[in-house]
Design a protein around this ligand. Structure first.
Ligand code: ATP
Ligand code: MG
Length: 490
């Protein structure tokens, strides 16, 4: 390879992983502005910041978000977290086959290696260094039995041996070394976990928390949809489910968007009922959907059984006419939910928050009940939802905590930024206030002191590290957009 070609190859070696991206200046100035505004606005509503881990047991998300959701069934980044590195090596040695197993020795050698692994795994199991689960116990037992059987197969042909070897390798691969964990696809479950874990029920209720940070979902990347994206979210936990709480949370997001001067903001609200009335409505909806099944696409047809409310979410042009004829949940709420919903609407009106009722608004995550809302903004194409939220009164209990009311939202920060940029809101990268051009040793010393004083007073200062001719220095000052130049010599 020529040197040029080698260099080129090197240059192309590393790229950000598909669906992830680098955020760079000057754009990051806008991100900082947005996050600073969130900190300020949320503080005025009495919210405190919480930072939860980036990863949690997969089970936490599976249980809260729901197994039938896209997020849990196919979008999470999941891996096994373990410390048993010596087992990993033994397992790799056991299942990587070099020689063919046609000869008796090769089989014995293979069984030796697998035997070594199983022995070590059993020890680790006894000592609790790998999970002491019934599955692990069964798998180890099965591997033992297969080894015993194969030991008597020494003089058999490959046709008898190979299927058993494959079974044994499978068993070996199935031994679990540690907990299964996932990168967080959202943070509500984590915040609820933290609420329980830290006994926040003892604090004055409700507890009002907000977070800002990255989330991870393996989705098809496109404009406004990434595999690592950022959310700004808030949760109100405990206390009552007074409609004023729902309204105030929504008022807070709208105030935040207002402060950012986000364009084309549209708030949609709905009530999706509770454990009492939603199943009844779902049943009614399912029956109706079955009647019009032939007019629906395959995705919606599948959802009739798994999650009929999600059919209402369909964006397929060909289904819109049919969906418009379906029964509406607002007509089938129980009395308590209906009362709650109208009170939320009244409370929003009292706060001067404009909304549109959207009976088709259902959320993709299982834990929502009653109030749900979504906010869209302009300039985003089909990924135009910048915020989704709702009430989730059963969630804390589902995660092993006491019965607790809850409501929250999550803003897609990437989309929020996109929309702000589309409407020309991007603040220009702030230029330097002062560029200090200096020549000579003594001038350099003075320049260093001047830079220190100016920075202390809050000015942005550029101090060139090496001496430059003034012509060059002033050209540099100009390129950096410096407002003032301080010229020091001698
Ligand atoms: P969508 O319908 O757009 O897929 P969602 O219902 O999956 O959104 P939520 O889980 O409620 O979204 O998350 C709240 C917000 O987070 C969304 O309104 C959106 O702004 C943002 N968001 C969700 N997934 C992504 C993603 N992959 N990339 C960027 N932003 C996202
Ligand atoms: Mg989604």
């Amino acid at each position: 390879m020529s040197e040029g070609a080698a260099k080129k190859e090197e240059r192309h070696k590393f790229q950000a992983i598909r669906g992830t991206r680098d955020l760079l200046p000057p754009e990051t100035a806008l991100w900082n502005h947005v996050e600073k505004t969130a900190n300020e606005v949320f503080a005025t509503f009495g919210f405190g910041a919480i930072r939860v881990p980036i990863f949690e047991p997969t089970e936490l998300f599976a249980r809260s978000i729901g197994l039938d959701t896209d997020v849990v069934s196919k979008e999470m980044y999941t891996f096994e977290d373990y410390e048993a590195t010596e087992l990993v090596e033994l397992r790799t040695a056991a299942v990587t086959n070099v020689a063919s197993l046609a000869t008796g020795e090769a089989l014995i050698d293979f069984l030796d290696r697998v035997g070594n692994f199983i022995l070590a795994a059993e020890k680790a199991f006894e000592a609790g260094r790998i999970p002491r689960t019934p599955e692990n116990e069964r798998t180890l037992q099965m591997a033992r039995e297969l080894i015993a059987i194969l030991q008597t197969f020494r003089y058999q042909g490959e046709r008898e041996i190979l299927p058993r070897v494959a079974e044994l390798k499978d068993a070996v691969r199935q031994v679990r070394f540690g907990d299964v964990i996932s990168l967080r696809p959202e943070a509500t479950a984590s915040v609820c976990r933290a609420y329980i874990e830290h006994g926040m029920r003892q604090l004055p209720q409700p507890v009002k928390l907000y977070y800002i940070g990255p989330m991870f979902r393996r989705e098809r990347p496109q404009k406004g949809r990434y595999r690592q994206f950022y959310q700004i979210g808030a949760e109100v936990l405990g206390g009552s489910d007074a409609p004023a709480i729902d309204a105030e949370v929504i008022e807070m997001v709208m105030t935040f968007f207002d402060r950012l001067e986000l364009h084309g903001v549209q708030l949609d609200i709905n009530s999706i009922g509770c454990r009492e009335c939603r199943p009844k409505y779902a049943q009614l909806l399912r029956a109706e959907l079955l009647r019009v099944k032939d007019k629906l696409g395959p995705d919606s047809q599948r959802r009739i059984q798994t999650n009929p409310l999600r059919v209402l979410d369909s964006k397929l042009e060909s289904e819109q006419g049919t969906i418009a004829t379906l029964p509406r949940i607002t007509d089938h709420l129980c009395e308590a939910c209906a009362t709650h919903y109208s009170a939320v609407k009244r409370q929003l009106e009292m706060r001067g928050v404009f909304f549109r009722e959207n009976w088709r608004l259902v959320r993709g995550l299982d834990y929502y009940m009653r109030t749900t809302f979504e906010i869209t903004a302009q300039g985003l194409g089909s990924q135009n939802a910048v915020c989704g939220g709702g009430r989730y009164d059963g969630l804390v209990e589902l995660l092993g905590g006491p019965p607790t009311k809850g409501i929250g939202f999550a803003i897609g920060e990437d989309r929020l930024i996109l929309s702000l940029q589309e409407s020309g809101k991007a603040p220009a990268q702030p230029g330097r206030d002062v560029y200090i051009a200096w020549m000579g040793e003594r001038a350099h010393a003075t320049a260093i002191r001047a830079a220190k004083d100016l920075r202390k007073a809050g000015f942005s200062v550029e101090l060139p590290p090496v001496e430059q001719k003034f012509g060059k220095a002033l050209g540099q000052a100009d390129k950096l957009g410096a407002k003032h130049a301080l010229i020091l010599w001698r």
